[in-house]
Design a protein around this ligand. Structure first.
Ligand code: HEC
Length: 159
């Protein structure tokens, strides 16, 4: 009897370790290589993303949703889910890192370097910034609590 319990416990331990391993491989945080941070955005500082919005609705919206929250129709069945591009986690990355990710892809996230030209990929980066700001504007428009607004301002401020 003792042996049986011990056997079951070891099986449970092996299962737990395997599950953790598989989960960490699938949902591991996606980090762009450090050299990506050095890429120069040719449209840096431009207020409008130009064609960015059109490119986004054509290529990205079905997974990332029209406000970039990751709630597009085709994204629902994916694991991991399409990223919330308005989130602090994404917005705090450099333009170069975002550019690198949408160029090279990973898993279900398509590598767009073969289908979208370099300049247009930078326009998409700028549009992702716009989506991040819209999200912030939404919180500001609530104007309920000024300390909450300050918090969001500081959280979303780019370095
Ligand atoms: C078929 C669905 C799909 C489409 C279409 C798609 N994405 Fe994604 N995207 C994903 C998924 C899924 C992830 C999460 C990938 C991961 O973490 O392994 C992702 C992640 C990303 C990330 C990385 C966010 C981060 O830091 O974790 C960026 C940036 C991104 N997508 C931008 C875009 C842009 C821009 C487009 C359109 C040009 C686009 N995506 C189109 C599914 C999609």
């Amino acid at each position: 009897m003792k042996n049986n319990i011990f056997g079951l416990l070891s099986i449970a331990a092996v299962l737990a370790v395997t599950t953790f391993f598989i989960a960490s491989q699938n949902e591991g945080v996606w980090v762009a290589p450090p050299e990506a941070d050095k890429l120069k955005n040719p449209f840096e500082g431009e207020k409008k993303s130009g064609k960015g919005e059109n490119l986004f609705s054509l290529n990205c919206e079905r997974c990332h949703g029209n406000t970039g929250k990751g709630d597009g129709v085709d994204g629902k069945k994916l694991n991991p889910k399409p990223a919330d591009l308005t989130s602090k986690r994404v917005q705090k990355q450099s333009d170069g890192a975002i550019f690198w990710k949408l160029s090279n892809g990973r898993g279900e996230m398509i590598a767009f370097k073969n289908t979208i030209g370099e300049k247009d990929r930078w326009r998409l980066v700028n549009y992702i910034r716009e989506l991040g700001k819209n999200q912030m504007a939404f919180f500001e428009s609530k104007k309920t609590n000024s300390s909450a607004i300050k918090f969001f301002n500081s959280e979303f401020k780019r370095k």
